[in-house]
Design a protein around this ligand. Structure first.
Ligand code: COA
Length: 172
């Protein structure tokens, strides 16, 4: 293990003051960007599932998700939407990003570990996410944490790329 791999990663809930850094990281590493007000809104409604990762006290990564409600238009699959309608609790992982200089050091894994720990503690039934079919690094990370490809969503992204809808069951 290299010295850099051994650096400690701290994961905690995002504070309001972290949001500008989160927006900066999102713009630096992902083509899917949102206005500040979107991050502010998600932080307000879902603070428990809006996490940041710190290395040497500096925010270098974030993960944000929400618990989907019945009738939500953000569930891109009828059968998953029906499960939510029937009363299951589903967490939608909306965005995950780590500053490029910190890739491969376990920061993304630390965020996923804490996120899934919280979902299990809260009795959430399943978690789902969309990922570009070309994003091997992210797909490898999600697979490592037990997500499997549920289906392909054709032309999900604005540039026409397909997405994998990946799901992880959290209960029995
Ligand atoms: C995806 C991302 C969050 C991973 O963060 P990270 O801090 O590098 O993740 P980790 O260091 O914990 O590595 C996690 C896993 O990624 C995979 N991975 C790491 N380096 C890799 C590489 N060079 N090639 C392919 N997969 C790799 C491995 O499965 C690794 O687990 P392992 O080390 O146990 O084998 C980060 O690369 C990122 O921000 N990418 C751009 C944004 C993005 O794609 N977000 C997801 C959108 S759905």
């Amino acid at each position: 293990m290299t010295a850099i791999k051994a650096r400690e990663v701290e994961v905690r809930e995002a504070k309001y003051e972290d949001l500008p850094t989160v927006v900066m990281i999102n713009r630096a590493v992902l083509p899917e960007n949102y206005p500040f007000s979107f991050f502010e809104f998600i932080h307000k409604i879902s603070p428990r599932y809006f996490l940041v990762a710190l290395v040497d006290g500096k925010v270098v990564g974030y993960l944000m998700s929400i618990i989907e409600r019945r009738g939500s238009l953000m569930i891109p699959d009828v059968s998953l939407a029906q499960r939510v309608k029937a009363g299951e609790r589903a967490s939608h992982l909306l965005s995950l990003g780590v500053l490029k200089e910190y890739w491969g050091m376990g920061v993304g894994s630390a965020l996923m570990r804490e996120y899934l720990r919280r979902l299990e503690e809260d009795g959430v039934d399943f978690s789902f996410l969309e990922v570009r079919v070309s994003n091997q690094r992210a797909i490898r990370l999600y697979s490592k944490f037990g997500y499997t490809v549920y289906k392909v969503i054709r032309a999900y992204y604005l540039d026409g790329e397909d997405a994998y809808l990946m799901v992880k069951e959290l209960r029995g």
